[in-house]
Design a protein around this ligand. Sequence first.
Ligand SMILES: CC(C)(COP(=O)(O)OP(=O)(O)OC[C@H]1O[C@@H](n2cnc3c(N)ncnc32)[C@H](O)[C@@H]1OP(=O)(O)O)[C@@H](O)C(=O)NCCC(=O)NCCS
Length: 188
Amino acid sequence: MTRGPVVHGEMVRLRPIEERDADRLWESLQDPEAMRLTGTTADFTREQVEEWARTVADRPGRYDWAITAGAVRDGQPVSDELIGEIVLNEIDEHARSANLRLVLLPNYRGRGYGREAIYEVLRFAFDGGLELHRVSLDVLSINPRARMLYESLGFREEGRLRDAFRDGDGWADAVVMSILEDEFRAGT
Ligand SMILES: CC(C)(COP(=O)(O)OP(=O)(O)OC[C@H]1O[C@@H](n2cnc3c(N)ncnc32)[C@H](O)[C@@H]1OP(=O)(O)O)[C@@H](O)C(=O)NCCC(=O)NCCS
């Protein structure tokens, strides 16, 4: 697998994660809302995050992009700072399938960046050279914003893993969703 391409949308520009993104990735891991909504419980050290940022772009079977703002001035990006990350992992070249996940830093949520980042990654996955057939994801039942967004992009619910995650003293279901290549093309 090669380093992921740079993907341009109107509002977002996706580029491979680099070592210099470690600060922002670390910041993202300190955000309790994102940890809760993604069901993340692992504790990472600062050193692990730095090592991850330095090496992840060259790991096989996955593409990890930094979401950056797409605005340009004089042909150059106004900012190249990571505002979130979006990942296609578990890429299976035989089944032509992959898993998707994303998270934005808190100040950048609710402004349409997530929608466009997913759309551009799906375009790359289905029609941009990867030639995937299926992209799936898990969304927790406590995350209606993400669920609505995925549905509006054409993902369908396939089933749910009941009470698969802890949420405080209670539990949350993991809802399994996917979109197939024809469904994506029908919606574009
Ligand atoms: C989920 C996430 C990636 C979405 O990205 P985003 O840029 O905030 O989303 P967008 O602004 O593109 O779109 C959000 C959509 O959800 C809708 N929405 C917002 N809050 C909502 C709510 N509580 N219930 C239902 N829909 C909601 C918005 O109206 C918008 O829909 P529209 O485009 O039709 O107007 C981002 O909010 C995030 O990082 N959240 C925390 C981590 C997370 O939940 N990651 C996903 C794990 S599966």
